[in-house]
Design a protein around this ligand. Structure first.
Ligand code: SF4
Length: 259
């Protein structure tokens, strides 16, 4: 097996979602996805990409992370520290594999291992349609459960749920009232609040140039939900979830790449 991956882009920005939102993060966006979610804002990663060796990728990540390394402190870049209350702090920058769907390329597995060995806190964004069991146990897996409005709900790989740990996260991307009601039902049905943090993420509308003909349509008859409505429903229903918006889309223009 050749030790390469097809990479769409590697860049340093702020983590825009998840419980890690706001922290500096090096993103490795891998090319290709086998889903076509109605709200996908990274359709450019379906095909655009360049082959790179794992060594090249790790070197690029280390270069982007270098300014965060304290000059007189030889500890590994990602060495965990203890905060005053004894909890573990993740040192920065984080490194996230995203896409596209990172698990479509088998070499994403050794890459994640190498990055963990390097001491980074590694996050994986995955659609939830693929087996997460081979992923290095040190990786924080942020796994989608696709709601009906995505047009891809039948692709949820439910067997993944029993593999999740407290260090992982489940993300529901919500664009309609029907999505919200569906996501809400999954919590008691699968006792998800006992598994890991749950994210209810509002879909930022796509800019016209982000639309892609291959994306699925929202099923007929669904009603769009606003950001505020979603927040208010969560409060009214007393859901044990974290509401989130895509932070990077508030800071930078929603269509901007590399942020
Ligand atoms: S899984 Fe992610 S990358 Fe793939 S189509 Fe859906 S939103 Fe886009």
């Amino acid at each position: 097996m050749s030790d390469t991956l097809v990479v769409n882009e590697i860049y340093l920005s702020l983590q825009g979602e998840s419980t890690f939102a706001g922290l500096p993060c090096v993103f490795i966006r891998l090319t290709a996805c086998d889903l076509r979610c109605s709200y996908c804002d990274t359709a450019y990663a379906f095909t655009e990409g360049k082959k790179k060796s794992l060594e090249e990728i790790c070197t690029e990540v280390r270069q982007l992370a270098a300014p965060f390394r304290p000059p007189l402190n030889p500890q590994p870049l990602g060495a965990a520290k203890r905060s005053g209350d004894g909890s573990t702090l993740n040192s920065v920058p984080l490194v996230e594999l995203t896409g596209g769907e990172p698990l479509l390329q088998k070499n994403s597995l050794p890459l994640m291992k190498l990055l963990c060995d390097d001491g980074f806190t590694v996050l994986l964004e995955t659609s939830g349609a693929h087996d997460i069991s081979p992923v290095d146990p040190r990786v924080r897996r942020i796994m989608d459960l696709k709601c009906p409005g995505s047009g891809e709900a039948e692709r949820n790989r439910w067997a993944n749920l029993k593999l999740l740990k407290a260090t992982d996260e489940i993300k529901f991307v919500i664009r309609t009232v029907e999505d919200y009601e569906w996501a809400r039902r999954q919590i008691p049905e699968h006792r998800l609040n006992l598994v890991c943090p749950l994210l209810f993420s509002w879909v930022h509308p796509l800019a016209p140039e982000q639309q892609n003909k291959s994306l699925k349509k929202v099923p007929a008859g669904q009603t769009a939900v606003s950001r505020r409505e979603l927040a208010e429903r969560i409060i009214a229903d007393a859901l044990p979830v974290r509401f989130q918006v895509q932070l990077h889309k508030i800071i930078w223009p929603p269509k901007q790449r590399g942020v």
